[in-house]
Structure formats: C-alpha cells, structure tokens
Design a binder for this molecule. Structure first.
Ligand code: OAD
Length: 258
C-alpha cells in the first residue's frame, strides 16, 4: 500500500453517475468506523491484527481452546462500542439510502454503527458482535435466557454442552447464506461503492468486481490503494467521513441536466 496519496476531488462526472443511478449498492469495511474511534484490522500500527493474532481470537478452534479469553476479548470490543457514536460517514450513507428506491448497504462491519446512524437495509456479511448465539445450535440467545451469568462465557440454554458466543463469522466459518445470497444479488446494480475496506477478505472483496463485470460503475473511497483500486472507475483517496457528506450535499444540489 502507498503511504501517502494526494486527496482527490469529487468530480462532476461522479456526481452525474450517482445522479443517474437507479440501483446503488455500497460495501463498507472497518475504515468507515475508524473516524468513530474503532480500530481497523490491518492498520500497520493500531490495527487489531497488528496487536492480536486472529488464530488466537477469531476462529472456532480458538474459542473451543480458550472460550473465556475469546469471550472476554469480544466483551472488551462490545464495551468500546458502547462508548462511541456513528460518524459523518455512517450518517451520510443513511441519507444516501433515502435518495434511492433500490439501495443496499452491505457491510463487513460487526459494530452495528450503520443501524445506529439510521440505515435501514443493511446486510451484515460477517454477523455482528452485539448479538449472542449458541456455539452448538447457532440459536440466538436473549440475555434473559441466560440462567447463570457468572460463567465466562455463559452456558447456552439450548444445548447441554453449548456455550454462548458473539454472532460473528470467524475465520474458517461460512458466511450466513442468506446475507451472502442477498449481497450477491445486490451486485447487479448501476453503481457500486466500496468504502473503507482493504478488499482482501473473500468473498466480500469479489462482490465489487462482480458488480463491475455486470456493468456497474465502480467507486472506491479509501485513503490508501487496495487490490480493487485498479478496477475502479472513480477513486476517491479520502477519509469516508469527509467525502461522503460532500457527495450527499453535491447530490442534493445536482440537477440531471448539470
Ligand atoms: P481492514 O482493516 O482490512 O481495512 C480497512 C481499510 O479502511 C484500509 O484499506 C484503510 O486504508 C481504510 N481506511 C482507514 N481509515 C479510513 C477512513 N477514514 N475512510 C475510509 N477508509 C479508511 O478492514 P476490512 O477491509 O473491513 O473479518 O477487513 C475485512 C475483514 O477482515 C473484517 O470484516 C474482519 C477482518 O478479519 C472478520 O472478522 C470475519
């Protein structure tokens, strides 16, 4: 990745392309939540995977080996989330949704900040860390259903050997089929916008290329280059929380003849 890339201006052509679009699909990654104070995964200094090993914390084997360590790591991340707010990027995406009859927000983020900002149609490809499920049955566990909260992690009420775990997708696990199907269907769109993702984790990363293959105009918003950058029709090397509100504001002033 390049260390420094000059910020790019939002072109009239980009605004006209979004102005013409009927069907818009957005893919977001950890970079969209960075301006809320949530660490990304692959930042060289403070990225989660620079400081923790995914094989110790984000695989079913890690959970089965050390359920308490994994549970407590996710509890720490849940607590961090209770202290932060959606940022201007989340809010701009919620505003963008209101412009289009056919708008889909696909996210790899597990933080629910899009929901908190008011986005309505959100496909969570990697689950979320707010909900708790039974590791054995995958059934959602409501907090009231936990009999004894002193166990770390709590025991599942749905299986004698089941433990409670966050409703996230770990390395080596399949993505939720309905989320993946819906996201794949949404790749048939007029404009696909990839925002704040390093575009290295599959199958999420392939959806932008699939969209482009089907004729979508592809926009990437990221201060750094990614494997997707070369495929994009428009590249905005900028922070999402800066340029997304500007895009919404320009679209509000845009008239089709412009
Ligand atoms: P990464 O940490 O891999 O990438 C974050 C991207 O956001 C980088 O390309 C940054 O340059 C960019 N970025 C940082 N600040 C930004 C800002 N203010 N505005 C826009 N972009 C910014 O995170 P993801 O691509 O989301 O999976 O990672 C994908 C998956 O890998 C995650 O969902 C997670 C992880 O392992 C699971 O947990 C299953």
């Amino acid at each position: 990745m390049t260390a420094e890339r000059a910020p790019t201006a939002i072109s009239s052509e980009l605004i006209a392309t979004l102005g013409r679009a009927q069907t818009v699909t957005v893919m977001t990654g950890a970079g969209v939540s960075a301006e809320s104070g949530i660490a990304t995964f692959r930042d060289r200094n403070d990225g989660l995977w620079a400081n923790y090993r995914p094989e110790d914390l984000a695989t079913p084997e890690a959970f089965e080996r050390n359920p308490d360590i994994v549970w407590n790591w996710y509890q720490w991340r849940r607590e961090q989330l209770s202290l932060v707010q959606p940022n201007p990027a989340h809010r701009a995406l919620a505003a963008l949704e209101c412009r289009y009859r056919d708008f889909t927000l696909v996210t790899q983020n597990v933080d629910r900040l899009h929901h908190r900002a008011g986005s309505r149609r959100v496909i969570e490809l990697h689950g979320n860390i707010i909900e708790t499920i039974c590791h054995r049955t995958r059934r959602l566990i409501e907090l009231e259903a936990i009999n004894d909260a002193s166990f770390v992690p709590p025991r599942s009420p749905y299986h004698p050997e089941g433990l409670a775990r966050p409703n996230v997708v770990w390395f080596g696990e399949a993505l939720p089929a309905s989320a993946l199907n819906d996201a794949t269907a949404a790749s048939a769109c007029d404009v696909f916008i990839s925002i704040g993702t390093s575009s290295v984790v599959q199958p999420a990363a392939s959806l932008a290329v699939l969209a482009k293959d089907q004729g979508a105009a592809l926009i990437e918003i990221n201060p750094e280059a990614t494997p997707l950058t070369g495929f994009a029709d428009f590249v905005l090397t900028a922070a999402a929380g800066v340029c997304l509100p500007q895009i919404v504001e320009r679209l509000n002033r845009h008239h089709p003849k412009d």
